[in-house]
Design a protein around this ligand. Sequence first.
Ligand code: ADP
Ligand code: MG
Length: 504
Amino acid sequence: MLWKWFIRSKKNVLIYLMITIIPTITISHALALQKVQEIENHYMYITENYAQLHARHIDRFIGETVSRIDMLATLIEINPDDLSNVEEILKRTRDKDIRFSGFYWSNPEGDILIGTNELANPINIADREYFQKAIETGEYTISPAHIGRVTGRFIITIATPVLNNGEMSGVLLSSLRIDKIEESVIKHSDDEKVSVIDDTGQSILDTGFNLARDGTYNYTVEIDKVPWRIEAQIETTEGNLYAKAFFTNVGILFIFTHILFMLIQYSLLKRQIKIEKKQNELQKIELVENLAASTAHEIRNPLTGIKGLVQLLSEKYNDEKDQLYFNVIQQEVNRINTIVSELLLLGKPTAHKLNTYCAKEIIKEIEPIIHSEANLKSVDLSIQFAYDRLPISCVKDHLKQVLLNLIKNALDAVNENGGQVRICLEKKGTNCVIKVADNGIGMPEDVLNRVFDPFFTTKETGTGLGLVVCKRIVESYGGKIKIDSTIDKGTDVEIILPLVLDKN
Ligand code: ADP
Ligand code: MG
């Protein structure tokens, strides 16, 4: 049923798109982008950590090697003429770490004099650039990766010149095995791939580096002690991150927005039903009211006839018992008459011609009647007139009826002794307010809620039509009626009518 109602109008389709599809897609897209960014940041962070870790590792190794050679250099400096022990010390140092390929001592001319590895032929390294630079600067130098002349291994060499009294006595050389450095890197790796590149762009080691593509993350750091860059790479198997995040969000939001949409539709439907129900009710009331008024009209004429005839009969029959019956008949006829008069007022009030009268005048015209009623019941009744003129547009007799109904209710509600009824007229903004206040019995909540129901009365001889008529008339003039009541304290009834504004 909800669905049928929904597709009936184009507006609903638009609302549907606005509430469900469009927000679902836009929010999912935004959230997916955010999620992808988060995941990528996370992977970049991991990759960076790997790169830093390996860089630190290699840095530390080279640093340690340099300080070892420094120590050896110091040893040689102390006793440059006796090198018999040096070979043994160099061998021991080499055995400390598998990554050491060999340690050598060469004279300033580049001839290797002592080495930890057997020298098949005399070897000279004077042509090596790093060697020349070490001699030139007196500082340690690190070679690019190259094939060593002693072992034929792929190595890098650290050359440390040794000075004696300001004179170059030789160069200490330490070769590091790149294959073992690579092994050590692999040993310290999880899933990441690592490559080391020197300043000439030559790849020194590479543990299976991929070309960058979707799902791989790279990070490069420089190593401090050597002019090398180290690059770490990780690969993810997550597939298309965006699509995954997007469709998960779409799923959740689709359900959520549809629930929201259903709720909105449900409340709209409920409101619509309520409005239709109210309209129906109003139509029904109007029909009944018109029926009542027209029927009342028809009853009135025969009633007048009956009344006259009963009067005649009562004059003819003087018997005491008969008189009692006539009295009862007359009373009942009067009662029917009251009801009929009120029913008559329920008919379309707009059918009458409206004129402008001052509210004060209307009250003045009914003043004698209400005073005499009040006097009959010994009720203290006072009227407070406003200073301003209060022109209102109404049917005079109808408004009189309204005021009489309210005043009658007030007189009914108060005690015979000590009862007070105050009528007050005033101008409030563009309205005329007529208030009828009493200090009578008041009304409980449930009575107050029903006073405008037709035929609702708490009185034995009440018609239950007084307030219905009042409301009907006042509202037909564009006015309002308000009741405020407290049990045992009294009731205030206010009618608010729009003033006729002077044209000039
Ligand atoms: P009726 O006067 O014929 O009972 P109304 O429509 O005039 O019908 O009033 C309906 C009911 O509202 C009354 O029966 C009474 O219970 C209550 N009522 C109206 N005016 C007052 C009032 N001033 N003080 C207390 N109750 C009131
Ligand atoms: Mg009444």
